[in-house]
Design a protein around this ligand. Structure first.
Ligand code: DP6
Length: 367
């Protein structure tokens, strides 16, 4: 499988370079992603315990506009953060931590004033995780600002490579939202150029059918996550099954790479579901014994499986760390699966709600 060859190490060397004062605005729109092989368990700074693979989505996006003022005379990091036009103290604290973590890799952050405005395309209470789209949009904006100030003409791949690295410092899954299509993040000894620091955009060798995949998100529970990802990752440190999990996730990544190149949708369904259930099994056997599925989640799973058995059509489910169900299927079966969702599945959704999404082309620069 061909991938960008980006073995560049991003250094945190302090630099004494000074640039001319500059003002400007950059704006990026970046999508969420859905993991097929899950990242669950990490070391500090989002170093994943196992590699993961995801589809980047199209519709669930964060739009981030950053106004900046650079001057070597500005000393210390300074920013204001607005979410959906309002100040948000909780988000601001997380952004501060993120900027501090990114600062050794982007020394100009110490001489910048930033006004950050973010908004999501999806409703607040939809149960969709927004950290991937939020941090990827912010990382792309920051790396873009760095490029404008430093006047760099880095090749395209270096820019995205650094954005993925920086996004990861905010949220692990954000590293995978830097590119469209299919992405792999996390080192795997049998996959050349795979890295814990940045993601690999899997460009060639993906059967075209997978770029036509839909991901319809059935909203079973629109409330905030019962258990944050950070807490979930932390629980893996004490999980008796952690070692087996990290081993099986690695194997699943290898198996998924073969499936993605072969185009075998039936094998795809079986592996994607196995991964989703493994994630939830890990939560159930964690110290807190978390059950994140709801009865409706199980009803939807049963309906999907019996439909697949009856019709032979390759439709499957995956889950994040919550009760909502992602229904995955290729474009060629979209008429049939839409019918399945509307006639049999929306009855289990909160107010009949579901969000239609699909594999997308990745972030775009807005201005
Ligand atoms: C279950 O990327 O949200 O969605 O790195 O702590 O921000 P942090 O965690 P996050 O974890 C995502 C967990 C997951 C699986 C996945 O997306 O791979």
């Amino acid at each position: 499988m061909n991938i960008y060859n980006v073995k560049q190490v991003i250094s945190s060397q302090p630099t004494n370079k000074v640039y001319a004062p500059k003002k400007g605005t950059v704006e990026w729109r970046s999508p969420s992603n859905i993991a097929l092989i899950k990242y669950w368990g990490k070391r500090p700074l989002q170093v994943p315990m196992n590699p993961s693979i995801s589809f980047t989505l199209q519709e669930a996006t964060t739009n981030t506009c950053v106004e900046y003022e650079y001057s070597p005379d500005n000393i210390g990091m300074c920013f204001e953060y607005y979410f959906e036009k309002e100040k948000n103290a909780g988000f601001e604290a997380r952004i501060r931590k993120f900027l501090e973590l990114a600062s050794p890799y982007m020394p100009i952050l110490q001489n910048l004033k930033l006004y950050i405005h973010s908004e999501n395309s999806f409703p607040h209470s939809s149960g969709i995780a927004s950290s991937a789209s939020a941090y990827s949009a912010l990382a792309l904006s920051l790396v873009d600002i760095e490029r404008e100030i430093e006047g760099d003409v880095d090749p395209h791949h270096k820019f995205y490579h650094k954005a993925s690295f920086v996004a990861r410092l905010g949220s692990g899954s954000a590293a995978r939202s830097i590119y469209g299509g299919v992405n792999l993040w996390g080192r795997h000894e049998n996959i050349e150029n795979s890295s814990d620091e940045t993601c690999l955009h899997l460009v060639d060798g993906i059967a075209p059918v997978f770029n036509t995949y839909h991901d319809d998100i059935l909203i079973v529970d629109p409330s905030e996550k019962k258990i944050s990802s950070s807490k979930g990752h932390e629980l893996m440190n004490e999980n008796d099954y952690a070692k087996q999990r990290f081993r099986s996730a690695k194997q699943h990544v290898e198996d998924m790479m073969k499936i993605l190149s072969s185009g075998n949708e039936h094998d795809f369904c079986l592996l994607v579901e196995k991964e989703a259930l493994e994630l939830h099994a890990l939560m159930m056997v964690s110290a807190q014994g978390n059950i994140l599925m709801k009865p409706q989640t199980l009803s939807i799973i049963e309906e999907i499986r019996s439909y697949r058995k009856e019709t032979g059509l390759p439709v499957c489910f995956t889950l994040d760390a919550g009760a909502n169900v992602h229904v995955l299927y290729s474009e060629k079966y979209s008429v049939e699966i839409k019918k399945l969702i509307e006639e049999k599945l929306t009855r289990y959704c909160y107010m009949g709600k579901y969000i239609k999404d699909k594999v997308g082309k990745g972030p775009i620069k807005v201005n």
